[in-house]
Design a protein. Structure first.
Length: 533
């Protein structure tokens, strides 16, 4: 018997939690060794490029267009389904390798001059990191195959390899280690280059890990059948619009990054006018993104990823389809709204506990915490958008999310270039992303309801009201507890403050949800809606 999406969401959440913890360790190492400045800006921008392709093609377009087709073919024609996997993987490698080579060639032709060291460093790091793009996209596609076979673990655990290698590269050549072993300190630009090279090594290991996880499917022995070729064309036709539909948050984040990177990539002025953002803006933005992406990745995207195969199976069963969407909307709000409020309340101790130390100062903590406060209000909306977009795709409707996405990218850009000139500065980029996510969620929900019937039912609204109540109670408890916790810039103090307040806030949410007998608590623990245990 197949397990519920709640069970798979719990499995994904646990493994994603472990990978996100190692991700925070990675960012903690980067922040302490390189701080917030030109080097952090250059690496954050360079790393953002392959990650954009990963989210658009790997986790986004191809996985989402491929998964329903593969799931149907696996039930009706297993041989053709295996052939489809070989066909898609082979073409994906070729396509992305060509993009990678073209990108490398463009970089070489447009290499910055010697009098632009920050831009040169950025170009060098992009050049090194571009080959990571086809590798990580293949990992995501192999993960989609595993999901159809109810194996969510290997792909959710793959980022741990990347995170641990980056941590090792940061620590091994750090000034403190160099002094300890009696060697001269490594030039920071050389050090960050080694860190970038560790990403490529990690990509190779992730590919090998994912391919090993597929070993039981016998992908080598199947001829490319006409059914597989037709299915491949269906995946391609659906993939392009899906890239925009699922990628709007990533595209908006990339646009934010381009605007924040301007001082590092180009200079301190634009058309002779002082640019409103200073060097270090990209690094600060990236560090804040890591923190808000923690609950989003652990819970929101895990729910959307786990529910997608179920939605693909239920697409022709409208009552079951609506019930699954409604349940998912209750669950993302139950997790996302307290997460949004918690991040706002705990932004400073959280930022300090993760990043502060070494070259990352208390002033940098305040800067990143301000940006995090602007990202945080829409955690629930980011999560809901992943669910709603996959609902459209499970129905075979790809263009509606695209149209909404294009509008959101345009709105985000207009807000960006307006808000950066206000006192908000870099935080304006984050606030724009959050606002656009909320607008997108409301818009998509209403359009989907027109097509399939009411999604936000009385039960969903009642669940949201209860979630809002426990969130308000959590905020009140945190405000009161905050009066009794020490406040200063010392790292240990911030860690203890964060631990105490997290326990208080989490305890209030869990206790009230239990006392109110909210089924969402049971679902979050991996039990299905039909479970009474």
């Amino acid at each position: 018997m197949s397990r519920s999406f709640e069970f798979h969401a719990r499995t994904l959440s646990v493994l994603t939690f472990l990978s996100r913890i190692t991700g925070l360790a990675r960012d903690a190492a980067l922040s302490r060794v390189f701080g917030v400045g030109v080097i952090a800006d250059a690496f954050s921008f360079a790393f953002m490029v392959p990650n954009l392709f990963r989210r658009l093609f790997g986790e986004g377009a191809l996985s989402s267009s491929f998964l329903p087709v593969y799931a149907r073919l696996e039930r009706s024609d297993p041989a053709s389904s295996r052939a489809l996997v070989r066909l898609v993987l082979g073409r994906l490698v070729i396509f992305l390798a060509i993009i990678c080579l073209v990108g490398e060639a463009i970089l070489l032709l447009c290499w910055p001059s010697a009098d632009q060291p920050p831009a040169q460093l950025s170009a060098r790091l992009v050049f090194i990191l571009l080959p990571y793009m086809p590798m990580v996209c293949c990992v995501a596609l192999m993960g989609a195959v595993l999901q159809v076979h109810h194996r969510f673990g290997p792909t959710a655990a793959a980022p741990i390899i990347l995170n641990l290698l980056i941590v090792a590269a940061c620590i091994a050549l750090s000034p403190s280690v160099m002094r300890y072993i009696g060697m001269a300190e490594v030039d920071p630009t050389l050090h960050i280059t080694v860190v970038a090279a560790s990403v490529i090594v990690a990509g190779l290991l992730q590919c090998l890990w994912s391919w090993w996880a597929l070993r039981g499917l016998d992908l080598r022995a199947h001829e490319i059948t006409p059914v597989a070729r037709e299915s491949f064309m269906q995946v391609v036709r659906q993939g392009a619009p899906m890239a925009l539909g699922l990628g709007v948050l990533q595209i908006n984040t990339f646009v934010d990054g381009l605007i924040a990177s301007y001082p590092t990539l180009v200079g301190a002025t634009i058309f002779g006018v002082a640019y409103p953002l200073a060097e270090g803006s990209m690094g600060s933005l990236a560090f804040a993104q890591r923190l808000y992406e923690f609950p989003l990745g652990v819970f929101g995207i895990s729910i959307a990823t786990a529910i997608f195969p179920q939605l693909a199976r239920e697409a022709q069963n409208l009552p079951a389809f609506c019930a699954s969407i409604s349940r998912a909307m209750r669950l993302v709000m139950f997790i996302g709204l307290p997460a949004s409020a918690g991040l706002i309340m705990l932004r400073t101790p959280l930022t300090a506990a993760v990043f502060q130390g070494g070259d990352f100062t208390s002033d940098d903590t305040a800067r990143v915490a301000t940006i995090l406060m602007a990202f945080a209000p829409a955690i629930w909306a980011y999560s809901a958008n992943h669910v709603l977009t996959r609902a459209f795709y499970a129905r075979g409707e790809t263009m509606t999310p695209v149209k909404i996405s294009v509008a959101m990218v345009a709105l985000n850009f207009l807000l960006n270039i307006t808000l950066v000139w206000t006192p908000l500065g870099t935080a304006g980029l984050a606030l724009s992303t959050a606002f656009c996510a909320i607008v997108q969620m409301i818009w998509m929900q209403r359009l989907l309801a027109v097509r399939i019937g009411t999604i936000i039912t009385h039960d969903v609204r009642a669940s949201w009201y209860r979630t809002a109540f426990i969130t308000a109670a959590m905020v009140a408890a945190l405000a009161i507890a905050g009066q009794f916790t020490p406040v200063d810039s010392n790292w240990w103090t911030m860690v203890w403050t964060l631990a105490i307040l997290t326990a208080v806030g989490g305890g209030v949410v869990l206790a009230l949800a239990y006392l109110m007998k909210m089924p969402e608590l049971r679902w979050a623990l991996g039990r299905s809606a039909n479970s009474t245990a």
